[in-house]
Design a protein around this ligand. Structure first.
Ligand code: NAP
Length: 455
């Protein structure tokens, strides 16, 4: 039986890794999700064969409730709400790792001190990831609207973290630890997760979620060692390293060190633009905008968060096909942090049927803007703000941006004067070669289709 269990874990781990590999390309990504999901089914079902596992009723009930809820919410969730859904599922992983550690600590029969230390370390990391992810969820869902910032916050957080470490050391040092020490350890670790996340602005939540994702992976891997469960060790390590890379990618794309994301309270203000820029915004109607693009040689489209909110991707793709029928070369330019999570725009465009060879990353396309007749910015803001290049005092200074302003003409679609997620004004909207096309993204795309058909 043991050989069968280990073999199943080997198969599950191979499926996780192959699934992740397939997720690296949009062409194979859907298949990758299915492979990794199959790995998870194998790993879950084989648990029933473990010796000393008798609570089949409870296990089945737990799988039915968890699986049912995940199926329902997965089907129902809007694309724009995906980051908070990832936050909550991630947090569950950390919580599950911490719960395993709690049971093992209460039993207290560790083979040696190393396993005990791993159990405590996994419990600490898992608890922080669990409660921190819950706060990240609440912020993104709009349940918690303000960031809590007060005096000596970092010092108080450090004291709470130090307290959790001290109780953790007590747990490691005792053979059968008392309930009080276990309670205090978990209470302080959970409180630290909450307190660390409260001051971080909503704009940085995706980075924080990715960081907690990495921590959850690490916690699961540690508890995998404690339980002697190879699938948990491998899956946890894979999640931990993938999460770490994703966190680094986002921080790099925003040109901000992780310490700045975690401790600066950046974006806590949100809402209206907080800077003013010289010049005026010039409006354009759908008819003029449509003819500018229909008679262009080359158009580059830059989608952003607003396109996701408006669910405008299908209409935009229809519009692009009409332009192509008129002989216009059209490309999509995607910034690595456009939208609210990496790959957000790619997924939406793929869903609308845009072929992958029309979608370009920042590095691939940034040199082409100077030859473009029109850059059409739809619901994007921060990722095309030229102050990132020019103003060292700007909070987004140094962030690589798409060079929309280098195009001969720029058309920006947005509803009004709303700021981007960083809360600052966008110099692009005030340039001589920029025209504002006001309205909801989907509505405007619909008008552009009507107009271009009449040309
Ligand atoms: P953005 O800066 O958040 O701007 C979105 C714009 O869309 C707003 O200016 C808004 O203006 C407009 N908008 C909203 N609803 C709309 C609708 N229904 N129709 C048309 N326009 C609409 O978006 P972004 O350029 O994609 O930049 C992403 C931001 O998120 C960056 O600051 C980035 O650092 C941050 N971020 C992203 C990630 C990631 O992984 N993707 C991670 C961390 C942080 P109006 O209100 O006037 O319409």
């Amino acid at each position: 039986m043991d050989a069968l269990i280990q073999l199943s874990y080997f198969v599950a781990a191979a499926l996780f890794i192959l699934g992740l590999k397939r997720m690296s390309s949009p062409v194979t990504a859907r298949g990758g999700i299915v492979w990794a999901g199959a790995g998870m089914v194998v790993a879950t079902l084989i648990t029933f064969l473990w010796p000393d596992m008798h609570n089949y009723g409870l296990m089945t009930l737990a799988i039915a409730i968890g699986g049912g809820l995940a199926w329902y919410t997965g089907k129902k969730v809007a694309m724009t709400d995906m980051p908070q859904m990832i936050a909550i599922y991630n947090g569950m992983g950390g919580g599950a790792a911490a719960a395993i550690a709690a049971v093992e600590l209460l039993k207290g029969d560790f083979a040696n001190g190393t396993f005990q230390t791993l159990a405590v370390a996994g419990a600490l990391i898992g608890s922080v990831a669990f409660s921190g992810s819950a706060i990240a969820f609440a912020k993104l869902q709009g349940i918690m609207k303000k960031s809590l910032i007060y005096g000596n916050q970092q010092l108080i957080n450090l004291l709470v973290f130090g307290g959790a470490i001290i109780f953790g050391l007590i747990l490691i040092g005792s053979d059968v630890p008392g309930g009080f020490a276990i309670f205090m350890f978990f209470a302080l670790a959970l409180a630290f997760g909450v307190m660390m996340t409260l001051p971080i602005g909503g704009a940085d939540m995706p980075v924080v979620i990715s960081l907690y994702n990495a921590l959850t992976g690490l916690a699961v891997a540690f508890e995998g060692f404690v339980l002697g469960n190879a699938a948990m060790i491998i899956a946890g390590t894979v999640v931990g390293s993938a999460g770490t890379l994703l966190t680094q990618l986002m921080a790099k794309a925003m040109n901000r060190p992780l310490s700045n994301v975690l401790f600066s309270g950046f974006g806590a203000a949100g809402g209206e633009a907080i800077e003013s820029v010289e010049g005026t915004m010039k409006e354009v109607g759908a008819m003029d905008a449509a003819s500018m693009m229909a008679y262009a040689n080359k158009v580059i489209i830059i989608p952003g968060y607003g396109m996701a909110v408006a669910q405008a991707q299908h209409k935009i793709w229809e519009f692009v096909q009409l332009l192509e029928d008129k002989g216009v070369e059209v490309k999509f330019a995607i910034h690595p942090v456009a939208g609210r999570m990496p790959g957000h725009m790619n997924v939406l465009l793929a869903e609308a049927g845009v072929p992958y060879d029309k979608i370009y990353d920042l590095d691939e396309i940034n040199n082409e803007f100077a030859q473009a007749d029109v850059a059409l910015v739809i619901g994007a803001n921060d990722v095309v703000n030229p102050v990132a290049r020019t103003d060292p005092n700007s909070p987004i200074y140094g962030m690589p941006i798409l060079n929309a302003d280098y195009a001969h003409n720029v058309i920006c679609v947005k509803r009004g004067k709303g700021a981007g997620f960083s809360g600052i004004e966008n110099q692009l909207f005030f340039l001589d070669n920029t025209r504002m096309l006001y309205g909801d993204g989907q509505e405007v795309a619909g008008k552009l289709i009507t107009e271009v058909k009449q040309l």
